[in-house]
Design a protein around this ligand. Structure first.
Ligand code: 6PG
Length: 250
């Protein structure tokens, strides 16, 4: 445990990590729904969360404990592709989870990344988030739970090193040009993540071990990895990591 609201939990493998993530979400979701009507969760893309999504959809231990009609799904970022494209984060979550649960379509708030204008897709998504939270310009949404991953370069969502979106403080969502992909990504910004009630990082894979060691040791404070900027101001941050990702931790 790093601090009261900042924890690390290590698991033998991705399967155990995914089960713990499912249990953490189901518990937080039900505790939350005791005091409010709906629960807002921000999904992550990439490959690591796929197993978690499949567990929530297929394992009755988790699926049957969730009042799906009271859960609203958002995305932390999206590739600039259509929802049926193999790289689509929405597409992955739909195949693994959303298409398998009794969820009203109005509870799915996806990024319309099929729009050829990535900037417009970002503006539209910001407006959708403001509508859902009934907030005006200058106000920040407070998501109940945000799932995030980490790349070996220390990126999270589509906040990549040395990209413009890292410095964004006004907008909730931006189109972020990523040189190495020669493409835009549509991503929520650091202030949105840092206003969340709970952030859960899912990190698996030995290629991330070095970066994870630096991040958790709070090295590079002067030139932080993007992931190091994620520090919820009034919320909890949990790192769920597997043995391969933790292989350089003492
Ligand atoms: C994306 C994600 C990205 C992801 C990391 C880790 O759109 O790709 O939002 O930030 O979480 O790249 O990806 P893996 O889980 O595939 O290692």
């Amino acid at each position: 445990m790093i601090s009261e609201n900042h924890k690390i939990q290590k698991f033998t493998d991705e399967a155990a990590l995914s089960r713990a993530a499912a249990e953490t979400i189901v518990k937080h979701l039900n505790d939350s729904l005791r005091i409010r009507d709906v629960y807002s969760i921000v999904l992550s893309g990439g490959s690591t969360p796929r197993r978690l999504y499949a567990l929530l959809a297929n394992d009755a231990v988790f699926r049957d404990r969730i009042p799906w009609d009271r859960v609203h799904f958002f995305w932390g970022d999206e590739r600039h592709v259509s929802p049926d494209h193999p790289d689509s984060n929405y597409g992955m979550a739909d195949a693994a989870l959303l298409s398998k649960i009794p969820l009203p379509s109005t509870n799915i708030h996806r990024i319309r990344a099929e729009d050829s204008d990535a900037g417009k897709a970002a503006v539209d998504y910001e407006q959708e988030i403001r509508r859902f939270f009934k907030i005006d310009a200058g106000q920040m949404p407070r998501f109940n739970c945000v799932l995030l991953g980490m790349g070996s370069d220390g990126h999270t969502a589509s906040l990549f090193p040395e990209t413009a979106a890292l410095e964004e403080t006004d907008h909730l969502v931006v189109a972020n040009w990523v040189e190495k992909f020669q493409s835009y990504r549509i991503t929520m910004t650091v202030p949105v993540f840092n206003n969340a009630e709970r952030i859960i990082f899912l990190v698996s894979g030995k290629e991330k071990a070095n970066t994870l060691k630096s991040v958790l040791a709070r090295q590079r404070e002067s030139d932080p990895y993007p992931v190091q900027r994620i520090r919820p101001e009034h919320g909890h941050l949990i790192w769920l990591i597997d043995a391969t990702a933790a292989s350089h931790l003492s």
